[in-house]
Design a protein around this ligand. Structure first.
Ligand code: UD1
Length: 431
């Protein structure tokens, strides 16, 4: 299994290009199931999760074509991939494919809307909580679907004549269930209203792409989405928005090490809450047309108080990275996780590097230490893995991050991007 070795060696300086967002790319790819025409996605990141979803979609009958490089492209330029589902050849998403990534469960929406039937394995994904599917079931039932769960599979059937418009009020904000209802309602008969919908930028990106495919959606970016169903959608070309989690992660790296780095292509409006927290650590944040510039020169890191919340709140996907930052702050930070109940698994790994963290219920109290020391640590989930990399960037000696397949799921060319700005980071393959 691969591992990553990091030797803490001071400030980062230069430019890091920001990739297309994983969490937008995945639902956009799934949206290709909604039409027989081609959906061309630009700025697609090279990630294990994208490859895994390609296998799942192929199983349902989606052909894909990766376009070659164009003039001006370099190794880090996002790819252009065309997806085309002329026919849905299989409406079952089997356990072996779905268990690796929770988002693959989302095929249930388009399969049901276009083929009228879907049998999808209960999902897997990061072990960051129980992650139930009740909201998907209730939401799809509001569109007339009949659903039962048996033998590890969700069996869903649309009424004869297809899904019907409906009204669903989310009792709790769910990104995935909002994606699924949006896709399903786009091809339902009649009007659908979704209240307390997720407002995450990736939901907006999906809604914009669906609109380009002919869907009739209003209220995009708000918590009330209104969809007038259409009988068919057509092909479109859509550019995946920049990854706000990758942006916040590299911003935390620079705040941690000090230095001056331009996050090229990053969009500040996508992560204002996180950038505000970053500023409160003493880092400087400057936004411009070409991206976001992060600087910290000499001054000490200040402690932070962070509570995760649905967008536009502080993203749970940056909680671990900001906790890493807090381990070196001059004082006591408080970090509260409200989205997932088991998302502090990085705490014990950070403690192995010398961090002082005390968890009580949903809140971690982090008392900054002067020094972290490299040690072997285990990546436990996708975002948590990055907290270990961030700590490793300033730890004395060598930090060895094991189980890096988690990182490969969501961070494109991680070692290349960090080495290019001066980090001492390398991947050891195999072993
Ligand atoms: C997505 C993101 C993930 C991010 C999360 C929250 C992708 C591929 N993944 O995950 O990176 O951390 O949003 O921003 O985009 N819930 C239920 N019942 C359900 C569905 C969800 O109780 O049927 C709960 C979950 O357990 C969790 C909360 O709702 O506590 C939010 O989860 P949700 O927004 O659905 O997360 P994902 O879409 O899985």
């Amino acid at each position: 299994m691969d591992k990553i070795l990091i030797r803490g060696n001071g400030a980062l300086n230069g430019t890091i290009p920001i990739s297309g967002a994983k969490n937008a790319a995945l639902p956009l790819m799934i949206a290709s199931l909604l039409t027989r025409d081609a959906l061309t996605l630009e700025n697609m990141p090279r990630l294990a999760d994208v490859d895994a979803l390609i296998s799942i979609l192929s199983n349902h009958g989606v052909d894909y074509r990766v376009h070659g490089k164009r003039a001006g492209d370099d190794a880090m330029t996002g790819r252009r991939i065309e997806f085309q589902a002329r026919e849905i050849v299989d409406t079952t998403a089997p356990y072996d494919l779905v268990r690796k990534m929770r988002a693959s469960f989302w095929v249930i929406g388009p399969l049901l809307a276009r083929a009228g039937i879907a049998k999808v394995s209960l999902p897997g994904g990061c072990a960051i909580g129980t992650r139930p599917i009740d909201l998907f079931i209730d939401g799809l039932e509001a569109l007339g679907a009949q659903i039962d769960v048996e033998g590890g599979y969700v069996n869903a059937k649309a009424p004869s004549g297809g899904l019907k418009g409906g009204h669903y009020v989310f009792p709790k904000v769910s990104v995935g269930a909002t994606h699924v209802l949006l896709m399903a309602a786009s091809l339902a008969q009649g009007d659908t209203t979704i209240e307390n919908a997720a407002r995450e930028p990736e939901v907006v990106d999906l809604a914009n792409c669906l609109s380009a495919m002919g869907a009739k959606i209003s209220g995009i970016g708000t918590s009330t989405l209104r969809i007038s169903g259409v009988s068919s959608l057509h092909g479109a070309r859509h550019e995946v928005l920049p990854d706000r989690i990758e942006t916040g992660t590299f911003a935390a790296c620079v705040a941690m090490t000090g230095g001056d780095v331009l996050l090229k292509g990053a969009r500040a409006s996508l992560l204002e809450a996180a950038l505000d927290s970053l500023k409160s650590t003493g880092a400087e944040v400057e936004t411009g047309n070409d991206g976001i510039r992060i600087r910290r020169n000499g001054n000490e890191l200040q402690p932070i108080n962070v509570t995760t919340d649905p967008y536009p709140g502080f993203p749970t996907d940056l909680q671990a990275q900001f906790m890493a930052l807090a381990t070196k702050a001059k004082g006591v930070s408080h970090i509260t996780e409200t989205i997932f109940e088991n998302r502090f698994m990085h705490v014990q790994e950070l403690a192995r590097l010398g961090a002082n963290i005390d968890v009580s219920g949903q809140t971690a109290t982090v008392t900054g230490v002067d020094k972290l020391s490299g040690a072997p640590v285990m990546a436990t989930d996708l975002r948590a893995s990055m907290s270990l990399v961030i700590a490793g960037l300033v730890a004395d000696g060598v930090t060895e991050v094991n189980r890096v397949y988690h990182l490969d799921r969501g961070f494109e060319l991680l070692e290349d991007k960090l080495s290019a700005v001066g980090a001492n980071i390398e991947r050891i393959t195999g072993g």
